[in-house]
Design a protein around this ligand. Structure first.
Ligand SMILES: [Ca+2]
Ligand SMILES: [Ca+2]
Length: 183
């Protein structure tokens, strides 16, 4: 290096701020969203279950996660079988940490289903599995047959008139007629 440049370089390094390099990239994001512990069942109607939980953050409980993955299975979900559980389509985009999320899964067969979810940040740091909940799906059940049908009122009788004697009730009934069949 020419001496002139050496001098300029040394002089620059004596000035305040020498060595500060603001062009350094930020440290990599290695912190996943916090595991969701607030998953709960809102309703199970027909073949659809509706879930609700509180959004985690990008880093633990801070910020905003980037995506969810909701899974369901007829077996209790754990780390061992997470990958084999069915993936629910079109989960919601995460809101900011602390806000409520609602999501429905339709077309479930009748039976008991276990459900759980994970959240990930923008570099796919995945959280641990949420709490696991169970939902009973009844499916589309037709109305049961009526087995207790009965008559609760017959022909109405005209009311008694005030002043009529106990045997002077008015009636519109026609005299009964008998049909005699000759032999
Ligand atoms: Ca991040
Ligand atoms: Ca993160």
């Amino acid at each position: 290096m020419p001496r002139t440049f050496q001098f300029i370089f040394l002089l620059a390094c004596l000035l305040p701020g020498c060595g500060d390099d603001t062009s350094q990239p930020p440290p990599p994001d290695v912190t996943p969203p916090a595991a969701i512990e607030s998953l709960r069942l809102v309703s199970s109607v027909s073949d659809t279950v509706t879930l609700r939980w509180t959004a985690p953050g990008d880093d633990g409980g801070d910020g905003q996660a980037s995506k969810y993955e909701v899974r369901y299975s007829v077996e209790l979900i754990s780390n061992a079988n997470w990958d084999s559980a069915a993936v629910a389509v079109s989960p919601p985009a995460p809101k900011r940490a602390g806000q409520g999320e609602t999501f429905g899964i339709a077309d479930l067969a009748p039976g008991i289903w276990y459900l759980a979810l994970k959240a990930a940040d923008e570099v796919s740091n995945w959280s641990a599995i949420s709490n696991v909940i169970a939902a009973t799906v009844v499916g589309d059940v037709p109305p049961s047959a009526v087995t207790d049908l009965e008559v609760v009122s017959g022909m109405s009788r005209p009311p008694l008139k005030v002043g009529d004697g106990p045997r002077t009730r008015t009636s519109t009934r026609q005299p009964s007629r008998c049909l005699h069949l000759g032999v």
